[in-house]
Design a protein around this ligand. Structure first.
Ligand SMILES: NC(=O)c1ccc[n+]([C@@H]2O[C@H](COP(=O)([O-])OP(=O)(O)OC[C@H]3O[C@@H](n4cnc5c(N)ncnc54)[C@H](OP(=O)(O)O)[C@@H]3O)[C@@H](O)[C@H]2O)c1
Length: 283
């Protein structure tokens, strides 16, 4: 039997990052501080926020109030598309640090591959060289965009955070991340509202029963066993604990293959081959 110790991955710049983190997308300002304090109490040491989530200040309040030392927490934020120039991105990251009440960030991502994200990336490279950011990465980049930003910049992104769950396993992109040496991080690892389909799925339930786990834990375990960092979000302490309690068992290859068959290879949202997504991001 394995122990319940949080496992980590080592990024391409040598930085270590927990395999399971806590996402704060759509958590209201009024609830965010307490939710993050609960997540830290439940054992999470990776917190994933973004400028666009409008809750960096509240995450910062939790970081200030908790007795978990700052150096034990891996803190991620993301630069939003309206800040995609060198000067704006730099200023916005320094502003994020102020809101998060920290003098360094563990990871900063380009949130969306839109507009002049190359200039924003150059600002991130400089802040990385100055030591204000420990790692820089990207989010929602297709394999082709990811290969491009890697080829034409000095510093390779450490991570690509993309939608990944049982119904959208991202095999093609995953292979390319492994090839280029970029860590795969899953957003929406519980497939957001489609989580009910995971909970009701006969095959997932059968595997869960065998391991005395829940279908949700199987869904998360599947991806961490693929070496993917997952950042589930929950407002409820019991669920937070459930979602992190996935280090004391392992899925067999046969079980992994059963779950692989659930892949529909289709995003839950429009994706970048739809121009409406650009208009949505800018609205
Ligand atoms: N880079 C990007 O563009 C991007 C986009 C989306 C998300 N993200 C990041 O990824 C994180 C996670 O994604 P997400 O928040 O969209 O979705 P998610 O984690 O896939 O799903 C969250 C949903 O699952 C429910 N849930 C969580 N644990 C549960 C459990 N054990 N049993 C039953 N229901 C459970 C939550 O409800 P309750 O809260 O009521 O428990 C919530 O409705 C975000 O918070 C954010 O940090 C990034």
């Amino acid at each position: 039997m394995r122990t319940k110790i949080m496992e980590t991955v080592t990024l391409n710049n040598g930085t270590k990052m927990p395999l399971v983190g806590f996402g704060v997308f759509e958590i209201k300002k009024s609830e965010c501080k307490q939710v993050v304090l609960n997540a830290l109490k439940a054992g999470y040491r990776l917190i994933d926020t973004a400028q666009a989530y409008d809750n960096e200040e509240e995450v910062g309040m939790a970081l200030q109030e908790t007795d978990v030392p700052r150096e034990d927490i891996f803190l991620t934020t993301k630069v939003w598309v309206t800040e995609h120039s060198y000067n704006k991105a730099r200023a916005s990251i320094l502003e994020s640090m102020k809101k998060l009440k920290t003098n360094y960030l563990d990871l900063v991502l380009i949130h969306q591959p839109l507009g002049d994200y190359y200039s924003a990336y150059h600002a991130m490279e400089d802040l990385y060289k100055e030591g204000k950011i420990k790692a820089i990465g990207i989010s929602n980049f297709s394999a082709e965009r990811m290969a491009d930003i890697t080829a034409f910049n000095e510093i390779k992104p450490v991570i690509n955070q993309v939608e990944t769950h049982l119904f959208f396993q991202q095999n093609f992109l995953h292979q390319w991340m492994n090839k280029i040496g970029i860590q795969h991080e899953a957003w929406g690892p519980l497939s957001q509202r489609r989580i009910v389909e995971i909970m009701k799925n006969h095959d997932v339930k059968e595997i869960a029963d065998k391991h005395h786990k829940t279908p949700v834990q199987i869904a998360l375990r599947f991806n961490i066993q693929r070496g993917i960092v997952v950042i589930p979000k929950s407002m409820k302490l019991e669920r937070m604990k459930e979602n992190i309690d996935i280090f004391d068992f392992a899925l067999t290859e046969e079980e992994m293959n059963t779950i692989r068959k659930l892949d529909e290879n289709k995003s839950m949202w429009a994706g970048y081959d739809n121009p409406e997504i650009v208009q949505m991001a800018m609205s």
